[in-house]
Design a protein around this ligand. Structure first.
Ligand code: ASP
Length: 454
């Protein structure tokens, strides 16, 4: 029988104050299958606002440096107090604040302090919507070294959730065998949501945020790009690798493992369907591509050597030179007698001269060409593999826009074509590709929403 359960995780901006929490109550109660709710700590109410998690870390830093932290702590207390007043609930906050203050003073770890943002929020939200509060401590499990215990957590969560018809859980943290609180890395409430979705056997993992899912291109570059209705896990991985950041990377794994689709939704526009992240690419939007993403500031080094392909270990030696300098390589497209390496300028720093000298000495190429200030643009789409003429269309679009292509790399999965262009052509190239494959924009989308939501 198909599961009737939905797990809904609400990110920081969705639970930033009483007004937002009223919205999430409406969302939760409008669909009784939303049984298990995971919440972040209160995030930004407006651009530039403080996130509670940041303030909590700040308190800890002040304590560590013997600097008074009371004012910052008071700002935190005031936010929760105002929230309770706005929602008309009383969870005995004063006592909870006293306990956290006492723990701060007696040397609590920064993980413990940071986790209180989610803890207090979940207690208040549970009281407000009338669900049970289920603490993550003792259920979301890490080993003593801090490694997340995926299967043990699944078992413990499953046993606990069976006792509650409906519950609110704090995201972001769990505990070690000795009881010490341990957090995931920043943004980790997404992971908590995913493990709760898995343990509760949810039919869908809803990830509620402040944008209506992902857009096909960066709206700062392409005017009104279309929204992505559905994207496969693999496509998402390719797009996020190229700079689009959304979900915590590790949040995808548990949902994928349990074969649960993820649905990115907008708390401020719950009528919009958002983006679904699913196992396989589907035909949608009438476009062969799913999205375009890119990054600036790479260097492409082209190396030519006659009969290179028959010289044993050539590429290994070339790569080991970069490895010796601690420079990771992004791409290595190659031809018969040529190979290119693409590296991010951030890693290359001032080492380029030394690297080239080593190339000359150790692999004795016929010539080397270097293009600095390059951008990489990935055009991603699982449906591209089965269609002839996709690259021809892409290259024709760039040619038509007067953009010089310095490098081409098509992954063996054929769901991704990466081109290297000069930084100054970056935006022109993205617009040209978008026009060629997608064409005309959609009705208004907020101008500052990122390619992929956070
Ligand atoms: N509150 C935590 C953070 O700001 C975790 C989360 O919201 O995902 O990183």
């Amino acid at each position: 029988m198909k599961s009737e359960i939905k797990t809904a995780k609400f990110g920081g901006s969705s639970v930033a104050d009483a007004i937002q929490i009223q919205k999430i109550k409406h969302i939760i109660t409008s669909d009784p299958s939303r049984k298990y709710i995971v919440v972040s700590a209160p995030g930004e109410r407006f651009k530039g606002d403080n996130k509670i998690t940041d303030l909590l870390y700040l308190c800890k830093t002040h304590i560590d440096h013997n600097v008074p932290y009371d004012q910052i702590f008071q700002v935190i207390c005031d936010r929760y107090t105002a929230m309770e007043a706005g929602l008309g609930v009383n969870t005995g906050l004063a006592g909870r604040f006293d306990e956290i203050r006492a723990r701060l003073q007696s040397g609590a770890t920064s993980d413990y302090i940071a986790s209180r943002g989610e803890y207090l929020n979940a207690v208040i939200i549970a009281a407000y919507i009338g669900f049970d509060f289920v603490d993550a401590e003792g259920i979301v499990l890490f080993d003593q070294k801090g490694k997340f215990l995926f299967e043990d957590t699944n078992e413990a969560l499953r046993a606990e959730l069976a006792k509650h018809k409906r519950a609110v859980l704090p995201g972001f943290y769990g505990s070690k065998p000795n009881g010490e609180i341990k957090t995931f890395s920043r943004g980790g409430a997404d992971i908590s949501g995913a493990v709760v979705a898995r343990a509760s056997g949810a039919a869908v993992y809803e990830n509620w945020t402040d944008v209506s899912g992902f857009l096909m291109a960066d709206p700062r570059i392409v005017h009104n790009p279309k929204a992505i209705g559905a994207i496969s896990y693999k496509e998402l991985r390719e797009l996020s690798y190229m700079g689009a950041s959304v979900l915590h990377e590790s949040a995808i794994y548990p949902a994928r493992l349990a074969n649960i689709p993820i649905n990115i939704r907008n708390t401020n526009a719950p009528e919009e369907p958002g983006t679904r992240i699913i196992a396989e690419t589907v035909e949608e939007n009438g476009s062969i591509i799913t999205g375009i993403a890119g990054n600036r500031d790479f260097t492409v080094i082209n190396v030519y050597k006659n009969m290179m392909s028959s010289e044993l270990g050539f590429i290994r030696r070339l790569l080991s030179i970069l490895e010796n300098y601690g420079i990771p390589v992004e791409h290595v497209p190659s031809g018969v007698d040529t190979v290119s390496v693409v590296v991010a300028n951030a890693y290359l720093n001032d080492k380029l001269g030394d690297v080239l000298e080593d190339f000359e000495r150790r692999i004795q190429p016929d010539s080397i060409e270097v293009f600095e200030n390059m951008s990489l643009i990935a055009t991603v789409g699982g449906r591209m593999a089965s269609r002839p003429g996709v690259s021809a269309k892409l290259f024709a679009a760039l040619y038509g826009a007067g953009v010089n292509i310095r490098m081409i790399d098509q992954g063996s999965s054929e769901m991704n074509i990466i081109v290297g262009v000069e930084n100054r052509d970056f935006e022109t190239a993205i617009r040209a590709i978008y026009e060629a494959f997608v064409g005309g924009g959609e009705p208004e989308k907020s101008a500052d929403s990122p390619v992929l939501a956070d």
